[in-house]
Design a protein around this ligand. Sequence first.
Ligand code: SF4
Length: 252
Amino acid sequence: MDEDDERRALVEEVRAHLEWEAEWSGFPVPEAELAAVAYPGTVSSSVSLAPAPPPAPTPVEQVAPGDRAGRLRVLATEAAACTRCRLHEGRHKSVFSRGSFDASVAFVGEGPGYNEDQQGEPFVGAAGQLLDKMIVAMGLTRDGVYVCNVVKCRPPENRTPLPDEAGACSPYLTQQIDIVKPQVIVALGRCAAENLGVAEAGRSWRGQWGAYRGIPVMPTYHPAYLLRSPEMKKPVWEDLQLVMQRIGLKKS
Ligand code: SF4
């Protein structure tokens, strides 16, 4: 490729980027700006051929408050590109949520594991299958509840998220809960209970109502723990029955 070809390729790249950016943001790129990216022989000395930085995603505040699905989509897109904490370094896919934005119950777990990281969806492994059974046992449906985690990227070796990682990710969780506004949150595991502020020192962290942003929270054991300790299914079922009672579902 000679020098002219190389320059032509670069110019094409910049034009394509500007056109793509216009399409993405919904704002037209002024003709003058496109014209300034000229072909060899007419290249303006004021135009840099260095690749432009990617455009910032639409801030969630710019999506209509009533468009709850849209707001969650924007947040999920932000999380997919997020580098606020070190967990982004090892992620394959960020894992934002699954289920309905209109759910009466939200389940909040700790963080994605291997399967979730591969598929980009929370609770899809063995623990997820057990969670689904719990949901159905409550008289709810898999797609009718909202499911997410404290952190959206998989911690190495599935370790518990560190406080600074959970803190960096907390604005996503806060907004998810504010948008979905479930009647009840079920915190799955101590990490979720702590990060939702319902694991008070000096008392058992599970089985007792707390609140997160004004929403009742029932902390209970994580399904992954139940796979290792099936004898704990009984107390978890008792916790879930309290949730059912709270939202007016009949106890079996
Ligand atoms: S875990 Fe949360 S804060 Fe950390 S990189 Fe992923 S999305 Fe960003």
